[in-house]
Ligand binder design. Structure first.
Ligand SMILES: [Zn+2]
Length: 466
């Protein structure tokens, strides 16, 4: 074990002759700050587990770190850590009856192949758990896969025990004694066990003591990104992120990144995340919801363009508010502005880029459908090329998100994108006159997809530009 465990523990001058209930009983929850005997060296880990409801103190306000851990207590603690079903019930073991408080966790852990019984089919719930058994349990519970080879004098170089101890050591969850041994037959204390479970749940408690610091923030750039428990596809999937999610990165491991996830850490592949625009440039984009008030824009299939444009624009604003990009809205309610007023408003409010959001119509042919984006090259300038790039980034993202026909980027000098000093584009999300497009334009799901796509297209643009 680490140095923590071999250091002499100052004996507590505390004795009680009252037979206490097992400390893992849920009924005995005692808050961390009231436990009198938590050693300073493991206080962070034990308090973390108490806060998470994974371990509890004894009714007398103690934790009793030196007490050994029974096999039923071990199953309970891990079961709680993993959120397994702890409802008391009959089990696969003849010596674990449904009345035993840990029966639910024992059966759940057994079904998850986290624990096994003895060769005679029993579980021996009251036996103390050994360090070797703990290694099996922890390696299974936390899906540890990585091995680096046995390094302990008293552990064989092959076999299941060796592999389990190798896994918990490689993961930085347990290590051996200073004399080079691991002592797999030794029983484990409540303090030691808490350290192991805390390290399994949250890498910040690991043996190598890495202080996790956020080194970067990135944005998920693919529709759905699997979150894994370790840096590789062989690790179990523990969740998903969707496009546009911002993640705080702790470190890069090969082509994977470790990031903050649900109060702990997890991993995603680095190919599906992209830079978040830095705040250094003070980027500000103007989002212009086309039409408004007495000017409804296109309408068909029960849809009114001004309402679609505004709803999507607000959703874009919400995505941008979670990024480093500032946003100004030419309108955020059902009001009307002249085209020049929209441009002026953007310039006056410090925008460096302008995007207008519209929906299309083709009254004489309901078969016409798809997404198109305009820019204006009429002025041969850097602004024109920036506008062209902006239009392409938006177009590519929105076509994919709407799963619609790609009508391309078009060079048309509409006033709102032409008579302006800002790089500007105008996206047409789809046709209210086409059944399929109209369904999407009316759906909250697709409006959100469109907004996220626009947001990502804006991020693409700033990443390209700066
Ligand atoms: Zn329009």
């Amino acid at each position: 074990m680490n140095q923590i465990m071999v250091r002499k523990i100052v004996p507590l001058l505390f004795a009680t002759f009252v037979l206490m209930l097992a400390s893992f009983l849920p009924a005995n929850v005692v808050h961390a700050n009231s436990l009198s005997d938590i050693p300073d060296r493991s206080a962070d880990e034990i308090n973390y587990l108490i806060d998470k409801g994974t371990v509890t103190g004894y009714p007398d306000g103690t934790y009793r770190p030196k007490n050994s851990v029974t096999r039923q207590e071990a199953a309970t603690m891990v079961g709680r850590a993993l959120g397994l079903n702890g409802t008391k019930r009959s089990t696969s073991f003849p010596d674990v009856s449904s009345s035993l408080y840990a029966s639910g966790y024992i059966q759940s852990a057994y079904e998850q192949k986290i624990i096994t019984g003895y060769p005679d089919g029993t579980y021996q719930p009251r036996n103390e758990i050994t360090r070797g058994e703990m290694a099996y349990l922890i390696s299974k519970a936390f899906n540890l896969d990585e091995t680096t080879g046995n390094k302990y004098s008293d552990v064989p170089n092959s076999g299941a025990l060796s592999k389990a101890i190798d896994k918990v050591s490689t993961a930085g969850i347990a290590n051996g004694y200073p004399d080079g041994s691991f002592k797999p037959q030794k029983s484990i204390t409540r303090e030691e066990y808490a350290l192991l479970v805390a390290r399994g749940m949250n890498p910040k408690y690991k043996v190598d003591g890495e202080d996790l610091e956020v080194i970067d923030e990135k944005v998920v750039s693919t529709g759905i990104l699997n979150v894994r428990s370790g840096p590789g596809t062989n690790y179990s999937k523990i969740g998903q992120l969707t496009e546009g999610a911002v993640i705080k990165i702790y470190k890069e491991i090969g082509s994977w990144v470790m990031f903050a996830y649900n109060g702990s850490t997890a991993y995603v592949h680095g190919a599906y995340i992209m830079d978040k625009p830095s705040n250094n440039g003070g980027h500000t984009i103007a989002i212009d919801a086309g039409h408004g008030d007495h000017d409804p824009g296109a309408s068909d299939n029960g849809l009114v363009e001004k309402e679609i444009n505004l709803d999507v624009a607000k959703r874009v604003r919400d995505y941008l508010n979670n990024s480093n990009i500032n946003v100004v809205m030419t309108r955020d309610d059902d009001t009307f502005l002249e085209l020049d007023e929209r441009v002026d408003y953007a310039v006056d409010h410090g925008a460096d880029t302008f995007l207008s959001i519209h929906s299309n119509a083709f009254p004489n042919n309901e078969d016409v459908s798809g997404v198109e984006t305009y820019y204006s090259s009429a002025a041969l300038s850097e602004r024109a090329y920036d506008s062209y790039k902006l239009a392409h980034f938006i177009q590519n993202r929105v076509v994919e998100a709407m799963n619609a026909k790609d009508r391309g980027v078009k060079d048309i000098p509409y006033r709102v994108i032409h008579a302006t000093p800002l790089p500007s584009a105008l996206v047409e999300l789809g046709f209210v006159t086409n059944d399929s497009d109209a369904y999407k334009l009316g759906s909250s799901y697709y409006r959100d997809r469109a907004a996220k796509a626009i947001y990502l297209g804006i991020v693409d643009y700033y990443n390209w530009k700066y």
